[in-house]
Write a protein that binds this ligand. Structure first.
Ligand SMILES: [Zn+2]
Length: 129
């Protein structure tokens, strides 16, 4: 059996300008905080995380109190980017894989167990007080 070590890589992505438009009405808001999180992306035979830095903005309009920016290929609050989401949908819709096989396909090589398919669930649980 061939064994290989996965190369873990982190790509920094900064998306926190000092002003950003409200997602609803496009009126600019000022940045009040900078946050960061790790988002998993998909690259062939590599473990790659995006180290996202994004801003939280105080809204000047009545749409909301605050809002946050997000890069174009990452949904708000998502742990995986759109490439991973599309790959999962392709396996299910085009490949005809069952949901259980897709969960196993994506979680076992990524260091998670099929019982906790998100893999990062335990990390999120650790952050809570
Ligand atoms: Zn607004």
């Amino acid at each position: 059996m061939e064994t290989f070590s996965l190369h873990v890589r982190t790509i920094p992505i900064r998306h926190a300008p000092s002003q950003a438009p409200c997602p609803t009405c496009r009126q600019p808001g000022r940045r009040k905080a900078i946050h960061s999180r790790r988002v998993r992306t998909i690259v062939y035979k590599q473990v790659v995380f995006l180290d996202l830095t994004y801003g939280e903005y105080r809204a000047r309009c009545g749409c909301c109190t605050t809002f946050r920016t997000t890069p174009p290929d990452v949904e708000p609050r998502a742990l995986y980017d759109n490439k991973v989401r599309q790959a999962v949908l392709d396996r299910i819709l085009d490949g005809g894989m069952s949901i259980e096989r897709v969960i196993t396909h994506f979680t076992v090589p990524w260091g998670a167990t099929p019982e906790s398919p998100r893999g990062l669930k335990s990390r999120a649980r650790e952050r809570r007080p």
